[in-house]
Design a protein around this ligand. Structure first.
Ligand SMILES: *Cc1c(COP(=O)(O)O)cnc(C)c1O
Length: 465
């Protein structure tokens, strides 16, 4: 098999600003050992997120110029609408400025006190919007999905038995909706099988519960179905995606992910009455229903991005890039969440740094070590993000201590991936010298964004370049 190459040429470039090890020591101290507080220009390879950070194509940029900025009935909206209705077959398409705006509107209408929202895993903004409405979110991830080292094809699946049981326990009339996140961002970017979606839909339909999809990475998920699920090898990714959406009563989407745009999103539903309620809220917070908080040019970029994302050359390169990093890490037995998922590699910080107790945040320590070693920025997905305190002040840790290294779309090349693997390997070789961290400041909500830290003893890591 020949090497999978980047399926694009580069027309416009952005220089990377290099820093030395000693500069990074100072920069990290100034950022209180929280990579969120670094300036982007001081990062060599930025893997903080794949949200809105990808490269747009020449066609998308052409769309930016073509954008119709009419307040109402813009041509760009009709193009946006036609691409999404071709994909989802849903008649009501509502543009919004980000995925979470779609969530806010949906759960304001469908959520509320006494209601439950069931999911494979709710993404953090989704959970926040469910809870803000007064409803309760419940994750019902399949058993395989909970074991980081286990290799299985569809670790993002919802547990169907648990789903039925939960509906029975809570009462179908109290379930606002079931929403499946494809791929499962908080659970390692793992895909959900078509069979699982079909069966979840059947269970919901039998109880008249609306079935939704959080579609942020629908194309990556559809490509995994093509690769891994019996009967889909000869179908196009677009056909697979169309089947996936055919089971849903509605979907929410962040266009910053699999629409390859820098901003935007949408809410799409079949039910006209629900759409009308949603549009009433949209007008208050986002804007008129044909622009929903976006410029006409954004609608164009999203429409084109949605057409480009299902190209198999692109998806092959995308999934291969992540798999390639996994193969480099396997050579040194470096622990990561297996198998590699769609948009990111998730290092298992607890296994990587077993000498650092969870109270000293091994994921955060690993993030800092990657930055010091090679200017790489990732994000902790562990007890800094999800930890809670017991009444006696002791930490209730997260289930896993992970470091997510998310790849912006079409942005980095193979040699950047080689560099990344080298940096991770180098940190792994001197992992015993990496020190834990204490929190010195934290905010009451979403503390990972702004928390400040200091090394538990002296310097975080004595090794040099
Ligand atoms: C990013 C994301 C969202 C929220 O979208 P924003 O555009 O960031 O508001 C919701 N669900 C999933 C799975 C996501 O990855």
């Amino acid at each position: 098999m020949k090497t999978v190459i980047e399926p694009f040429r580069i027309k416009s470039v952005e220089p990377i600003h290099f820093t030395s090890f000693s500069e990074r020591v100072q920069l990290l101290k100034d950022a209180s050992f929280n990579p969120f507080l670094l300036k982007a220009k001081d990062v060599i390879i930025d893997l903080l997120t794949d949200s809105g950070t990808g490269a747009m194509s020449s066609n998308q940029w052409a769309g930016i110029m073509r954008g119709d900025e009419s307040y109402a009935g813009s041509e760009s909206f009709y193009r946006f609408e036609s691409v999404i209705s071709n994909l989802t077959a849903m008649p009501c398409i509502i543009p919004v400025h980000q995925g979470r705006a779609a969530e806010k509107i949906l759960f304001t209408v469908k959520g509320g006190k006494g209601k439950y929202v069931l999911s494979n895993t709710l993404f953090d903004t989704t959970r926040a919007n469910v809870e803000f409405s007064g409803a309760q979110g419940i994750d019902l991830l399949c058993e395989e999905g909970k074991q980081p080292a286990l290799v299985a094809p569809f670790k993002g699946n919802i547990d169907l038995i648990a789903l039925e049981k939960c509906i029975n326990d809570k009462g179908a009339e109290n379930i606002a909706l079931v929403i499946i996140t494809v791929t499962n961002n908080s659970g390692g970017g793992q895909p959900v099988s078509m069979a699982n979606i079909r069966q979840a839909k059947q269970i919901c339909a039998a109880c008249q519960i609306p079935f939704f999809i959080d579609a942020c990475r629908f194309a990556e998920n559809s490509y995994f179905v093509k690769l891994r699920e019996e009967g889909y090898q000869d179908k196009s990714v677009l056909e697979i995606a169309q089947e996936l959406f055919s089971y849903a009563d509605g979907c929410t989407m962040s266009a910053k992910k699999d629409a390859m745009a820098n901003i935007g999103g949408f809410l799409a539903v079949h039910d006209e009455k629900l759409a009308e309620e949603c549009r009433n809220l949209l007008i208050i917070t986002e804007g008129f229903p044909t622009y929903g908080g976006l410029a006409g040019r954004d609608l164009e970029a999203i429409a084109t991005g949605l057409e480009e994302i299902v190209h198999e050359d692109y998806l092959k390169y995308r999934i291969r890039s992540i798999e390639y990093i996994g193969e480099q890490l396997d050579k040194e037995n470096i622990p990561y969440l297996k198998p590699t998922g769609g948009h990111a590699i998730y290092l298992d910080a607890r296994a990587f740094l077993p000498h650092i107790p969870v109270e000293q945040y091994p994921g955060q320590a690993l993030c800092c070590a990657l930055y010091l070693e090679g200017g790489i920025r990732g994000v902790e997905i562990g007890s800094v993000m999800f930890g809670k305190y017991a009444a006696d002040g002791s930490l209730i840790p997260a289930v896993n201590e992970l470091v997510r290294l998310a790849l912006p779309r079409r942005t980095y090349t193979q040699s950047h991936m080689d560099y990344l693997a080298e940096v991770i390997t180098e940190v792994f070789k001197h992992r015993h010298q990496v020190k834990g961290l204490d929190i010195t400041y934290e905010s009451p909500y979403l503390r990972h964004f702004t928390a400040k830290f200091q090394p538990v003893s002296g310097d975080i890591q004595p090794a040099g370049e």
